[in-house]
Write a protein that binds this ligand. Structure first.
Ligand code: SAH
Length: 472
């Protein structure tokens, strides 16, 4: 992050603006809204600023800039055409540790003005750090469109009732739940439609009849890594969570979308590191839910596909804890889309089978005859350790050695890597892949040549002949 957005309280603070043309006026308008004391130094002033002076919203000194004017000033804006003067102002302000903005010269700014959507007291500030003003304008228009004009009314009523609500709900969790329920109720419509009395009476009703604090466990599939692939429901639930227990495969991009105040607990299993056992995870989930917390269990892909989601929910049900499940895009589906390999196709594959290469329960054996039927596509999760065994069994039971395969690493992300090869080369190809990676076996793999759209695949033959071409 190049700039940290913070909100400044400029009420009754001395601000100095050097220059009084249209550019200065644009900044002054904002400063007037922030109730700052506005002092302008300039020889000439534009008509809009004259109007503000008449309204006593700013003071004007008809002088050249002098360093002594910086005394007792909190923030300075230089908006003159004189680059030398702008430079001098920036230098002096930096020396005196005064916040300074030389308009339209990012290199001479200790802060920049964001684009603002004002629904005071709700204010949204966005910035591209000066990189893409047009994109910023489009984003701002979108935000303007989704925030009701009178949204501020909602916050104003809430502010008035904050202390009373605090007295009724000592417990922080109960208090937060009260506000969430209120803001998800008709209260908001009343407030933005100007029906203040109705809004307040609804609020009072909800204070007197609060919902009991009931914990729950929500199993959420976080998808294969690319945060664009989260479902809308997953995002909502992540925004309402009190606690989030997340796995190794959940990407940082997804984690960044969790409600900022939610407690995040890493319970993943990383190769080579001591990790928390499944039993402990289940105990922790139940313990937190019993405290009345909304516990989100965030897992890579889909929680019901090789994710042990079923086991965790069974345990929760045994303890009579409320549960919800939010599906996620499983790696097989995500990787298929992002590598241009349709898992079924009328001419090449009549169906798809998802299996795991990592067998945890010994008495459940793979039926190799079915898996070797080449009218089905086979998708193998966690295949790297058993790659040789898988290819040996499939060939033994009838799949051709030359069956096309794809090994896709870090699928759907910008680091996605796809290597195409043959079934009898699996174990060699895995040496070139990084974790997590998924194996796709079947004729549909050949379609990637025509259908790839995200990142190009690499043919294993090229790697064999020139091992420097992939960079992993
Ligand atoms: N519940 C998860 C699977 C967990 S098992 C899901 O539905 O996707 C973990 C395995 O998933 C990894 O070993 C790997 O085979 C696969 N996997 C997960 N994310 C992946 C990704 N982005 N690219 C390739 N394979 C992935």
């Amino acid at each position: 992050m190049d700039y940290l957005p913070i909100f400044l309280d400029l009420k009754n603070k001395n601000i100095l603006i050097v220059g009084a043309g249209n550019i200065a006026f644009n900044k002054i308008k904002l400063l007037v809204r922030a109730h700052a004391i506005i002092n302008i130094i300039a020889k000439d002033i534009c008509s809009e600023i004259k109007y503000l002076l008449n309204q006593k919203k700013a003071f004007w000194l008809d002088q050249e800039f002098k360093t002594s004017y910086l005394r007792n000033v909190y923030l300075v804006i230089a908006a003159t055409n004189d680059t030398k003067l702008n430079k001098k102002i920036f230098k002096k302000c930096s020396e005196f540790k005064i916040l300074v903005n030389v308009v339209d010269d990012k290199s001479k700014c200790s802060f920049i003005f964001p684009s603002i959507v004002d629904r005071s007291p709700i204010v949204v500030a966005i910035s591209s750090g000066g990189t893409a003003p047009v994109l910023l304008r489009l984003l701002r228009e979108k935000i303007e469109g989704i925030l009701p004009i009178r949204l501020g009314n909602v916050a104003k009523i809430a502010e008035k009732w904050r202390e009373t609500v605090k007295k009724y709900f000592f417990n922080l969790l109960e208090r937060r739940r009260f506000w969430e329920n209120l803001f998800n109720s008709i209260f908001v419509q009343y407030a933005i439609n100007g029906k203040k009395e109705k809004a307040v009476s609804h609020l009072k009703k909800m204070i007197k009849n609060p919902n009991k604090l009931i914990g729950e466990i929500i199993l959420v599939g976080a998808g294969p890594g690319n945060s664009d692939l989260l479902t809308l429901r997953a995002l909502q639930v992540m925004q309402e969570a009190d606690v989030v227990l997340y796995d190794n495969l959940v990407s940082q991009d997804v984690l960044n979308l969790i409600r900022r105040d939610a407690k995040c607990i890493y319970v993943g299993k990383r190769a080579g590191l001591k990790s928390i056992t499944q039993e402990k995870i289940i105990k922790l989930l139940i313990f937190l839910a019993k405290q009345g917390k909304r516990v989100v269990r965030l897992k890579g892909g889909d929680s019901f596909i090789f994710g042990r989601g079923g086991e965790e929910l069974e345990a929760a049900k045994n303890e009579n804890i409320n549960i919800q499940v939010v599906p996620g895009i499983t790696a097989g589906i995500g990787v298929s889309a992002y590598s241009g390999i349709p898992l079924t196709h009328r001419y090449y594959s009549q169906g798809v089978i998802f299996i795991t290469g990592c067998k945890r329960v010994d008495n459940i054996a793979n039926n190799w005859s079915i898996l070797s039927d080449d009218s089905y596509t086979l998708v193998v999760y966690m295949a790297s350790l058993k790659a040789s065994e898988i290819s040996k069994q499939l060939i033994l039971h009838g799949r051709l050695k030359s069956t096309p395969i794809a090994i896709v690493s870090q699928g759907t992300t910008l680091n996605q890597n796809v290597i195409i090869g043959r079934l009898d080369e699996i174990h060699k190809i895995f040496k070139f892949s990084i974790s997590p990676s998924l194996l796709i076996i079947g004729k549909v793999v050949l379609l990637h040549k025509k259908l790839e759209w995200f990142k190009s695949a690499i043919n294993f033959n090229n790697i064999k002949n020139n091992s420097s071409i992939i960079n992993i």
